[in-house]
Design a protein around this ligand. Structure first.
Ligand code: NAD
Length: 259
């Protein structure tokens, strides 16, 4: 499939995990990539992992810096003419399971700045261009933690719930301009973010437990999220907007009652 031939796709959080897998997937489908991350070395590694002949612009930007985001989007529009798809994927985990009465304000601000305001800044800047261009697709990486609590701590969960509603709000604002906005809600995926969880389980020979809450009885791989991102960003999803698609092995389909 070459669904992104002649198309420019901007991916944030492209230096690792799901973003790197997405970069590969979009490149395999012919996209010109704009890869964004605050980790410069990781971005270079992602470029190395792309298929031969892939075209990519790498930019080291903090997604929570609105001026840097505006400047980057202006630069890309100047260079490429338009952005066909935006994947708001950069994110950070909370690492704070102390509970709502304990989580400190810095943790809340830090997580909301990256996980919520990052997608807000990019959606605002890119959405203006897509509105003028008469179309485009935005895919936000939310999480099953945005649907239910219990993964990633309360600030992380709240930030991802906000991303799901940002998705719906932006879809309503931009639908009349043929701009589609959707979210993916990954379940547990092995990436840099979840490395401590995997290390902990493997050290105790309990890796199989990591998938035990999923109906498919296994955890997910970054390329499985990338495939769903590419679908939602492509014309194959031309009548889908404002949706949050759980890609979680069935994790949120069940109440997961003990037994
Ligand atoms: P990851 O840590 O491997 O990748 C996240 C990337 O985002 C990193 O390259 C990091 O440098 C970048 N990043 C973080 N803050 C940034 C900032 N301020 N500016 C620019 N770049 C920044 O983790 P991942 O699992 O690939 O995460 C990708 C997305 O998937 C995140 O939004 C995460 O919340 C979401 N997610 C992951 C899982 C999972 O199980 N791994 C599950 C649900 C949702």
């Amino acid at each position: 499939m070459q669904r992104f031939q002649e198309r420019t796709v901007l991916i944030t959080g492209a230096a690792s995990g799901i973003g790197r897998a997405a970069a590969r997937r979009f490149a395999e489908e012919g996209a010109f990539l704009v890869l964004v991350d605050r980790n410069e070395a990781g971005l270079a590694e992602t470029r190395e992992a792309l298929p031969a002949g892939s075209e990519a612009l790498l930019r080291t930007v903090d997604v929570s810096d609105e001026h840097a985001v505006d400047a980057l989007v202006a630069e890309v529009i100047e260079a490429r003419g338009r952005i066909h798809a935006l994947c708001n994927n950069a994110g950070i985990a909370g690492g704070d399971y102390s509970g709502i009465t304990e989580t400190d304000t810095d943790t809340w601000r830090n997580i909301l700045n990256v996980n919520l305001l990052g997608p807000v800044f990019f959606t605002r800047a890119v959405g203006r261009h897509m509105r003028e261009q008469g179309g485009g697709a935005i895919v936000n990486t939310a999480s099953v933690a945005g649907i239910r609590s219990g993964a990633g701590g309360n600030a992380y969960s709240a930030s991802k719930a906000a991303v799901i509603n940002l998705t719906k709000t932006a879809a309503c604002d931009l639908g009349q301009y043929n701009v589609r906005v959707n979210a993916i809600c990954p379940g547990l995926i092995e990436t840099g973010m979840t490395k401590p969880v995997f290390d902990y389980a493997r050290e105790r020979n309990k890796e199989e437990k990591l998938g035990s809450r999923c109906e498919l009885r296994r955890y997910g791989r970054p390329h499985e999220i990338a495939a769903a991102m590419a679908f939602l960003a492509s014309d194959d999803a031309s009548y889908i907007t404002g949706q949050a698609l759980a890609v979680d092995g069935g994790n949120t389909a069940s109440l997961n009652l003990p037994g």
